[in-house]
Design a protein around this ligand. Sequence first.
Ligand code: GDP
Length: 434
Amino acid sequence: MSNIITLVGRPNVGKSTIFNKLTKTNNAIVADVPGYTRDCQQGVCKFENKTFFIVDTAGLFFNDDEVSNISEANTLEAITESDLLMFVVDGEEGLVSSDIEIANNLRKLHKKIYFVVNKIDKVQKDIVLSEFSELGFDDVTLISGKNGSGIKEISGKIIANIEEEIESDIDEDLNLAILGKPNVGKSTLVNSFLGREKQITQNKPGTTRDCIKLPVIKYGYKFNIVDTPGVRRKSKTKNHIEIIGVIKTLKTIEASDVVIILIDSLDGITDQDLSLIGTVMELGKPALIALNKTDAADEYQEHLLTYGVDTKLKFINYIPIHKISALKGVGLKKLLSVAMKIYNNSRLSINTAILNDIMQKAIFDHQPPAYGGKRIKIRYVHQGGNNPIRLIIHGTYVDKLSKDYLRYLSSYIRKKIELTGITIFFELRNKFEK
Ligand code: GDP
């Protein structure tokens, strides 16, 4: 069971609004990736120290045109691949026949379904409840996506059902995921690691939903390649959003310790790459970037690539970037050695005294700017956990520390502690002075 929940319902019932409310509290780190847009497809929700992922679907239409067929196919695949579903209906409009149809179809899947009635700000709750009781859901959450009421309640219900995050076992081999857009060379790289001409991704649909781990020994390194079975469908339509890709990607990221993000050197840094990088960072997963197909890049492509790296990736300079050729086997040994190093970094326990010493020096060099005339005082810092590395800052008005200042702190820490490939998350805890 993974922590992915898919929003389902007719169009315009308010799924996107709920999605935005659930994901809005997010860490600002990804805002540093230019071109990264949270495009209402997927997002992280953090609630009471637990994390879950939400996938918003286009909605179920019942039309026969091409656009709705594609959207519907994607929605259906997302529904099939997810473990948890949130079925949203419109309280203002009331029960309509397609709600009944959707409910019946969802039930057949035997998955956990959270039933949510949205837009209840304008209607009488008891009337809504009795109207929708026909659908037969025992547990109903009344929500107003618009004013936010009920959002906490539904978050609470979701986290009650999701797994605790398990600290990775120190003795375990590295679980490595290889991700990237279609045709970037994922299979080629995997085959190159496996040393045989065999596609690992051709699993039959319906065999298993869990991630599989393929043990590999290469260049003296022992690790597992993480793959998620599923129908591997290549997009036929250019604008087609591959939700199957989203769910598969999320599950793979969840199950891995380190992610290699493959980028096609012939295409430069694309929005699709940035979106993937953003997702990996949002999840705080240790990562490295491999620029593939460097063997085939001409001068112009190389120039574009360098420009893309310098402009679009400069804010995430702690993520190492390596040039490889999966096809020719160039740069792969180095790539693995860096992945191993990142894995070790991700398991680091930072000594509290050393951490505070670094922070004091950072503060001495550059005081946090006051916020609205109030002095921000950092008292002490300790590590809250790894995977991702969380540093908890205690002090006065520390919740007002600016994003710029936090970025300054994290780069200061990085100068003293080896944290290549690791995103640092700060948790800010105020202690108000009397
Ligand atoms: P996937 O969809 O990400 O799994 O991509 P594939 O591994 O199927 O590769 C897509 C195409 O790119 C294939 O024709 C590969 O031969 C080619 N390819 C993959 N890696 C390289 C590389 O390093 N150099 C070159 N020139 N071509 C590559």
